[in-house]
Design a protein around this ligand. Structure first.
Ligand code: TYD
Length: 214
């Protein structure tokens, strides 16, 4: 079972995806947890370049191909083996991030980006993609607070938080649009509630859609 988490900055994906991994492990499931960009050595190296605010002038197409390069390696090294071994694989961000950010956000042709994603992931799409949705103002505020903390600890992952609000609005709209187009795979969950409320909505969706009894 392959589960992906998606959403704008500060929507709580990392919290919820980790919480789900922990809950499932406690119930005895074999779980592999990963994130993008990252999840493998090449992905981690590319992540540093992609998220460093020093790289302001990164060309849109270079950016796109770095995310895709990270994805192909991640799928080959980590996701495919987990699926083959019948484990549950949970990933914080996957193809829909590329379509939402590089397609809807940056303005690259979304259908073309979709096809490139399909190629990069070897056609291996998640069984379910959970989009945590919330107004952009709330998410960005949360992400900025987090990044101030990171900066104090000499970690800079703020390149995307510095984009204008309109960019993030386009990303959010992108996710909502993708859900309409691929509603058999993508589920939107309201991410403005408490961690517990959102966590239990996610478990209900997994039960309903995939028959996962937790
Ligand atoms: P991440 O730390 O995952 O952000 P967050 O903590 O908000 O989840 O950083 C990933 C950043 O990279 C995020 O700003 C979204 C962006 N991104 C893309 O633009 N395209 C992609 O394909 C992926 C995977 C991420």
């Amino acid at each position: 079972m392959f589960i992906a988490f998606e959403g704008i900055e500060g929507s709580g994906k990392s919290t919820q995806s980790r919480l789900l991994a922990k809950t499932l492990k406690n119930r005895g499931f074999e779980v592999v947890y990963s994130r993008e960009p990252g999840g493998c050595a090449l992905g981690d190296d590319l992540r540093k370049i992609l998220l460093d605010s020093k790289n302001k002038d990164l060309d849109q197409r270079s950016e796109l191909f770095m995310y895709l390069a990270a994805r192909a390696q991640h799928v080959k090294d980590k996701i495919m083996p987990a699926v083959r071994d019948n484990k549950i694989i949970i990933v914080d961000r996957f193809n829909d991030s590329t379509i939402a950010y590089q397609g809807y956000g940056r303005g690259l042709d979304t259908d073309f980006v979709y096809q490139l994603c399909d190629f990069a992931c070897y056609g291996l799409w998640p069984d379910i993609t959970i989009v945590l949705d919330m107004p952009v103002e709330i998410g960005i505020k949360r992400a900025r607070l987090r990044n101030e903390f990171y900066k104090k600890n000499n970690m800079d992952e703020s390149r995307f938080e510095q984009e204008e609000l309109k960019f993030h609005e386009r990303v959010r709209e992108g996710y909502l649009d993708l859900q309409k187009r691929y509603n058999e795979r993508i589920v939107i969950i309201d991410a403005t509630g408490s961690v517990e409320e959102i966590g239990s909505s996610i478990l209900s969706v997994l039960k309903e859609r995939l028959g996962l009894e937790v």
